[in-house]
Design a protein around this ligand. Structure first.
Ligand code: HEC
Length: 114
């Protein structure tokens, strides 16, 4: 009898632990889904949404005096300065594009060069 109570108590706590464990794993999975690294495809999506209206999907549109990104020769640092702080008719994006996305955005911008 005593043994039975102990056993069932033990089992219950094992079950409890097991279910706790799996539910926190689930939370981690969902969180890591949401925090998955910003990919080059995400950078493309940002470009299409934020930049293509002036630069075009291929970087060559030149709307509102936008520079042709396929022939741009700027360094990474100059590109980021231009994009984050803006220049003439080019709006600043530092409030819109967070630091952790800069690298992929840079890679994507440079992939437009021929
Ligand atoms: C409202 C139109 C507009 C939008 C939207 C825009 N740009 Fe521009 N962009 C310009 C203009 C105009 C210039 C030229 C600025 C100058 O040098 O006078 C420019 C220049 C640039 C340059 C420098 C190219 C060079 O060789 O000098 C880069 C890089 C660039 N844009 C990237 C981007 C990116 C990335 C985005 C989106 C996050 C973006 N632009 C959104 C208008 C725009």
């Amino acid at each position: 009898m005593v043994l039975r109570i102990i056993t069932s108590g033990f089992l219950a706590s094992v079950l409890l632990l097991a279910s706790c464990g799996s539910s926190s794993e689930k939370v981690e999975e969902t969180m890591s889904d949401e925090n998955k690294p910003f990919s080059i495809d995400d950078a493309k999506a940002v470009f299409t949404m934020r930049c293509a209206s002036c630069h075009g999907d291929d970087g060559k549109l030149g709307m509102s005096g936008a520079k042709d990104l396929s022939v741009s020769k700027l360094s990474d640092k100059e590109i980021l300065e231009n994009v984050m702080n803006g220049k003439n008719a080019m709006p600043a994006f530092k409030e819109i594009i967070p630091n952790e996305q800069h690298e992929q955005i840079l890679i994507y911008i440079k992939s437009l060069r021929k």
